[in-house]
Design a protein around this ligand. Structure first.
Ligand SMILES: NC(=O)c1ccc[n+]([C@@H]2O[C@H](COP(=O)([O-])OP(=O)(O)OC[C@H]3O[C@@H](n4cnc5c(N)ncnc54)[C@H](O)[C@@H]3O)[C@@H](O)[C@H]2O)c1
Length: 485
């Protein structure tokens, strides 16, 4: 049965949660008294559809249904997850919980997006306090995996475990905050950086742009893949963490930091920050900035997938849980959305990314015949010896592509594949013919595949033997292009 999430408060964060659940196949019901809520959520969804599927090399589940409701009672009906994302006022949140708990299932999890309140504060005076936990996400919720999951001392362990599992099933990385604290973990760190930033502006040391440059050209890049402590471990050199602390620890007592002093947010300071921010980024609309941010996040997270570091590991784990579409005649070896980062200055998919897509198809086919990660780790693999690509139609970023793979030859150490790359409306957009040789990774020489691989491969060889030889196969560069298969 399709799971249902209820979103109470559909602003920046609630809209992001709605998109995250919908694109992972949940039905979503929203309650937000703002007459503009439907339009705002539609815009968040547009951004999410453009970016989230691009993280994966498999299709996400079919999108769930989105409904809007006039009151909380209707919205929470049958929901197994209720996410509260109303403005950050404790009294308002308490009032909302009273209305939710009158009608919601007592089995449902009630997560709050609160950036600052502790779960025990949220639970005060509630009908069923143990149902309420903090699930603090990061903007854009549909793309960033982190969610701080904060139970209180009275939260049942089983509920925390169930919440972890449900959040993981929608591609998130729940960080279990074991001890409740104001503002959880991440916002405490961010506040420290923000506070120093405000001082640097107030004291005329740096502008908003210079502060952002100090982050994005340097330590910001390090943080996304290793965080703070693993980065510092490397900075300590071979002598490691103790050496690093010995060297830089004393600086903490030097006047490098304003520590807990907070600059007063006077009108003059606010005006100064806003004017600098306008000069820095005012030429782009918020929507344009959001799309730039999302494209960059997708590109960075796809890069992290290669090593499995940080957010990349979360995406790989989620992807492994997604089913591949059922093969029809030829196996479908790729079915995914084209990420923005695959588009070039001509506005279509770059030539190199056609090969990247075909290479994903080859990897998938190797998995189908059992030449998977364990087989490779055991010292065997296929290496590409030759490739011929034909570009037949444009493919654009955001478009859904699928690839089928036909075996032309699978004999001894030779594996000869023909990939057909289809764009929207199943139009044949490219073909990639590739010859692979089986290798022994220890001797780095060709070798016959293991018997279990040869047997599985033989099933495809026999099935595909009756099919016509593709007319695009065996061609050389410059031959009259054929649009036929
Ligand atoms: N903005 C962020 O970066 C961020 C990040 C993480 C968590 N949060 C937290 O998420 C929560 C929401 O923040 P936001 O940034 O989305 O705010 P927002 O102002 O964008 O959205 C709040 C939404 O709640 C709606 N609302 C107001 N009263 C309501 C009511 N009685 N019932 C239902 N909906 C109501 C508003 O119409 C609005 O759409 C806060 O607790 C905040 O601390 C914000």
């Amino acid at each position: 049965m399709i799971k249902k999430a209820s979103i109470i408060g559909g602003g920046v964060i609630g809209g992001g949660w709605a998109a995250r659940f919908l694109l992972n196949g949940w039905n979503v019901s929203v309650y937000d008294p703002d007459p503009e809520a439907q339009r705002k959520i539609a815009e968040v969804l547009t951004n999410a559809r453009r970016s989230l599927p691009s993280l994966y090399d498999k299709p996400l589940p079919a999108e769930g249904a989105l409904t809007f409701h006039e009151n909380i009672a209707d919205a929470v009906k049958d929901a197994i997850w209720i996410q509260e994302s109303v403005p950050e006022q404790l009294g308002l949140k308490h009032k909302i919980y009273a209305q939710i708990q009158q009608r919601a299932s007592s089995e449902a999890i009630l997560g709050s997006s609160t950036s600052g309140f502790k779960p025990s504060e949220l639970q005060e005076g509630a009908m069923q306090p143990e149902q309420i936990v903090v699930t603090h996400p990061f903007n854009p919720v549909y793309l960033l995996p982190l969610v701080e999951l904060v139970p209180s001392p009275i939260t049942p362990t089983a509920l925390t475990r169930q919440a972890m599992e449900l959040l993981e099933s929608i591609g998130m990385k729940p960080l279990h905050v074991r001890k409740e604290i104001d503002a959880h973990i991440a916002d405490r760190l961010l506040e420290a950086v923000w506070r120093e930033g405000l001082w640097l502006i107030k004291d005329d040391i740096a502008t908003t742009e210079e502060i952002d440059d100090a982050i994005r050209y340097g330590f910001g890049l390090r943080w996304a893949q290793m965080g703070l402590f693993e980065t510092y471990r490397i900075a300590g050199g071979e002598a490691g963490m103790k050496h690093f602390i010995g060297q830089f620890g004393p600086c903490l007592k030097w006047p490098w930091t304003k520590l807990m002093d907070v600059p007063e947010l006077t009108d003059t300071l606010i005006e100064k920050i806003a004017a600098q921010s306008d000069a820095q980024s005012g030429q782009l609309s918020i929507r344009e900035l959001e799309q730039l941010r999302d494209d960059n996040l997708v590109g960075m997270m796809r890069a992290l997938k290669q090593s499995g570091s940080g957010a990349g590991g979360t995406i790989t784990a989620h992807e492994a849980s997604l089913p591949m579409p059922v093969p029809t005649e030829l196996p479908v070896t790729v079915s995914q959305q084209v990420p923005q980062s695959w588009a070039d200055y001509n506005g279509h998919m770059n030539e190199a990314n056609y090969l990247q897509a075909a290479s994903l198809a080859t990897d998938r086919f190797m998995e189908l015949v059992g030449a998977d990660a364990a087989y490779i780790a055991a010292g065997n693999s296929y290496f590409t010896a030759e490739t011929h690509l034909r570009y037949l139609a444009e493919i654009h970023a955001g478009e859904h592509i699928s690839i089928t793979t036909q075996v032309l030859l699978g004999e001894g150490k030779k594996l000869h594949l023909f990939h057909r790359i289809f764009g929207t409306n199943d139009e044949l957009a490219a073909t990639c013919e590739t010859l692979l040789l089986h290798m022994n990774l220890k001797t780095r020489r060709t070798s016959p595949p293991a018997r279990k691989i040869a047997l599985k491969l033989d099933v495809y060889v026999k099935t595909h033997a009756d099919m016509l030889m593709p007319r695009g196969a065996g061609r050389h560069v410059g031959q009259k292009p054929s649009r036929l298969k």
